[in-house]
Structure formats: C-alpha cells, structure tokens
Design a protein around this ligand. Structure first.
Ligand code: TGC
Ligand code: FAD
Length: 397
C-alpha cells in the first residue's frame, strides 16, 4: 500500500470504510501509473492521455453524480480524497479531473436539459468524452461579469463570437461549456462541440507551471448553434459561479495531497542527507521547517475534511469554500517552497518532486479565484460590504 499520510492527528479515524477504500484505490493507481512518469511529462509539457481511460474505469470522473448518469453517488469527503491522491501525483492530473467532473459534468448535470445529460454524462464519466469550461477571457479573469463573448439570437438559434483564455483541456475537449452574455442581457451557457464551424482551440506553450496539463485559448468566430445547445437552466453569472464552488471544493482537498508529497519527500531526504557529519534532520533549524510543513498541512487536512462534511449535510456556503481554497492552496504552496529549500541544490531539479509541485501550486493559487479574490469574497461575507469594484461601478450580472 503506498503512502497516504502523513496523518499526525489520526484523521484516518474520522473516515468511513468506504472513504478509506476509495482513497486507497486512487493512491495505488497514482503510485503505480502516475508517479513513475509524471516528472517526464511535466518536463516535456505533455499530459498522460493514456491514463484517461483508466481513470474512467476507476470511477474518478463525476463520482458524486447519480448512477443513471454514470456516477457512483459517493460521499463528498470521498470525492475530496480522490482529489487529494490525484494531486499527490501532480496538480495537472487533479486539474484534468476537476475540469471534467466539477466544472463540465456538473454544469451539464445542474443546468443542462435531460437530453444533454443523457448524451454527455455517461460518456464523460468513462473518460470517453472530455469536457472543458470556458469562462475566463483575455480581459476578464477575476471579474468574469466583464466578459465580452456575445451570444446573439439568430432565428431559433444563436451566434457566438469571442475568445476564451487559459482554458484547461481546451484542445483535448469533445465538448466545451462556453459562457457568453446575451446582447444586452444575462450570461448564458452553451455546449460547443469539437468540430463546430467557427470554433477552434490552441494551446499555450510558454507555461513554467502546470506543465503536465493542456491550457488553451478558445476562439469563437460566428459559431452558429441551435437552441438545444444552450444550457436551459443557466441564467446569469450565478450559474458559472456555482460550478466554480464545486471545483474550488476539490482544489481545497486536492492541494493537501501535493503538500503531503512534499513533506514526505523532505522528511526522507533530510533524514539521509549528511552535512557537518550528521543527518541535517538532526539540526534544530531543519526540524523547525519540518514541523512548520506538518502544521500547515495538518490544518489544511482538517479544513478539507470539515468542508466535505458540511457539503454532505447541504450546509456548505460558497464563502466557506473560498476560505478553504484560499488557505489550503497558500498553505500547500508554502509547504512546497520549504520542501524545495530543504532539498538544497537537488531541490531545483525535477528529479525530485518539490519544485514541480511548487511551480504547479503557483497556478492553483491563481486559478479558480486568486488569493486576493477569495480574501474579498470572505471579507464581503464577514462585513456585508463589497470591496471588489470601484465605488459607483454599474451592476451587470
Ligand atoms: P456576485 O454578485 O458576487 O454574484 C452573482 C451571483 O452569483 C452568486 N454567487 C455564487 N453562487 C455560487 N457560488 C459562488 N462562488 C458564487 N459567487 C457568487 C451570487 O449570490 C449572485 O447571485 P444572485 O442570485 O444574487 O444574482 O458577482 P460579482 O460580479 O460581484 O462576482 C464577484 C466574484 C469576484 C465573487 C466572482 O466573479 C469570482 O468568483 N471571480 C473569480 C473568477 C474565477 O474564479 N474564475 C475561475 C475560472 S475557471 C478556472 O479557473 C478553472 S481552473 C480549472 C482547473 O484546471 O482545475
Ligand atoms: P486578473 O484578474 O487580471 O488579476 C491580476 C491580479 O490582480 C491578481 O493578483 C488578482 O488577485 C488581482 N486583482 C484583480 N482584481 C482585484 C481586486 N478587486 N482587488 C485586489 N486584487 C485584485 N479559466 C477558465 O475559465 N477555465 C479554465 O479551465 C481555466 N484554467 C486555467 C488554467 C491555468 C493554468 C491558468 C493559469 C488559469 C486558468 N483559468 C481558467 C483562468 C483563471 O481562472 C484566471 O487566470 C484567474 O481567475 C485570474 O484571472 P486573470 O488571470 O485575468 O488575472
């Protein structure tokens, strides 16, 4: 059985048997199939596509959805543990699963028609169809309500024009969930299939972070769609934001895995690395670093578990998810930075894992709402005062 800890506070005891066995299954998959080659993929800037079918077989995609749509109805805590184990491997792997499950499948399940659900969800659950989620634009990231992608009515259908940027899985996707504002109206969601005339995708090739993941621009140039392609229940910015809440939950859990991997690597390394005639783990300063890493990741682990339990009880509010996404991601990033430091010169190479996790976590700290944006979401929740926009700025959602 591969390492699933550290578990300094015996959090394991708070999990059900089902949750433990789902976590162990994914941990074994990651140790056997991901760990041996992910460093090479990261170095080469490729995503291990061969693993997608296996992930589908394991039930990693959309696992909390009902069985009739290809899901398994597993608990939210079990879902969080899947994300943890995937991100122990690499944030790119967890990103692939987040976008597939929490953004694309969730959008279709929550806002789609019955026909859209039946058409896409079972195939997506098996990894036989890939989804992406196009919200961000070159000039609208933190403020998605400022999007300029437009949906114009065209007889009984629609014409879409615009550009989406930084879209995970954009070039891999069979179906893109695209958010566009109706001329003079609300934000609407559309399913745009690969091969639709006027629709194209192109990867970003200059990333120094999240390298084992495809990140793309989506171009929509007079894309004509029937009204069947619109997500009928999605009206207004609240629809994409509800999908983000699902994905942010998975991130708050996932980053714990990256932090754990960095801690385990640093503990093993410092126990063996000799300087001044003894293992560096025997020095007070190194022990302080190790304890700092453990403290941060243990707090993140407990936060993730409680978030899952609140979600299962139907009591989770989106500002609570923001607090957890903000704190856990920043904690994991700090753990990775300390881990990198403890490895000395070796720590700057991808022969070890810390710098890969550290570079990936820079993206995770930014996407799905930056650290600052989550600060302002929680700040608004606490005070009732909106500190996002310039005073007097127009409402647009
Ligand atoms: P605001 O007035 O706050 O909200 C409009 C309506 O939406 C509701 N709402 C939410 N509902 C569910 N979940 C949330 N997180 C929600 N946040 C807001 C809100 O109650 C309101 O409803 P109603 O009924 O009153 O209309 O809108 P705003 O324009 O003030 O938005 C502010 C802000 C900053 C909170 C929001 O725009 C935001 O979260 N910005 C960050 C953008 C972001 O996170 N983008 C992520 C893009 S996707 C991505 O990064 C994928 S990475 C994938 C991977 O590889 O893993
Ligand atoms: P900006 O919004 O321009 O922010 C720049 C800086 O200004 C940040 O530090 C921000 O915190 C700060 N800032 C902005 N407004 C305020 C304010 N009011 N107060 C204080 N500070 C502020 N998007 C998708 O739609 N789908 C995807 O699949 C997806 N995948 C991604 C994958 C990767 C690898 C990356 C890097 C991004 C991805 N994104 C995706 C986009 C991501 O969500 C955005 O990059 C993120 O929301 C930030 O937007 P921005 O890059 O435009 O930064």
């Amino acid at each position: 059985m591969p390492e699933t800890g550290p578990d300094y506070l015996q959090i394991e005891r708070l999990l059900t048997d089902d949750e433990r066995s789902i976590r162990n299954l994914v941990a074994e998959f990651v140790a056997a199939e991901v760990a041996p080659s992910i460093g090479r993929h990261w170095q080469e800037g490729t995503f291990p596509m061969a693993l997608v079918a296996q992930m589908g077989e394991l039930g990693i995609f959309g696992p909390t959805l009902p069985q009739e749509y290809g899901g398994a109805g597993i608990s939210d805590v079990a879902y969080g543990l899947i994300m943890q184990e995937l991100e122990r491997g690499d944030s790119g792997l967890r990103s692939f699963a987040s976008v597939q499950s929490a953004l694309s499948m969730y959008a279709i399940w929550r806002f789609g028609s019955e026909a859209q659900r039946r058409r896409w969800l079972p195939k997506m659950a098996k990894g036989q169809a890939i989804g992406c989620f196009g919200l961000t634009e070159p000039d609208a990231g933190s403020d998605p309500g400022a999007m300029t992608t437009r949906a114009q009515r065209d007889g009984g259908g629609w014409v879409l024009n615009g550009v989406k940027r930084w879209i995970t899985n954009g070039t891999l996707a069979d179906v893109a969930v695209v958010w566009a504002r109706e001329e003079g109206g609300a934000i609407l969601g559309f399913l745009v299939e690969r091969g639709t005339e006027g629709f194209s995708a192109e990867d970003v090739h200059t990333k120094a972070s999240m390298r084992a993941s495809h990140t793309s621009d989506l171009m929509l140039d007079t894309v004509r769609l029937s009204d069947d392609a619109r997500l009928p229940e999605a009206k207004g910015l609240g629809a994409p934001l509800a999908c983000l809440t699902q994905a942010r939950f998975g991130i708050a859990c996932g980053v714990v895995g990256a932090a754990m991997d960095c801690f385990n690597e640093a503990l093993a390394y410092t126990g063996q690395r000799i300087a001044f005639g003894h293992p560096i783990a025997g020095t007070q300063l190194v022990q302080e670093h190790l304890v700092d890493m453990l403290s941060r990741l243990t707090a993140a682990q407990l936060t993730a578990l409680q978030l899952g339990r609140l979600k299962e009880a139907g009591e989770l509010r989106y500002a609570q998810v923001s607090l957890a996404k903000r704190n856990n991601t920043r904690a994991a990033l700090e753990v990775a930075r300390i881990g990198r430091e403890l490895l000395g010169g070796n720590g700057i190479t991808t022969e070890y894992r810390a710098i890969r996790h550290m570079a990936n976590l820079e993206t995770v700290d930014t996407y799905e709402g930056t650290y600052e944006i989550h600060t302002l979401i929680v700040g608004r929740d606490l005070t009732g005062l909106d500190a996002f926009r310039a005073p007097g700025a127009a409402e647009r959602n």
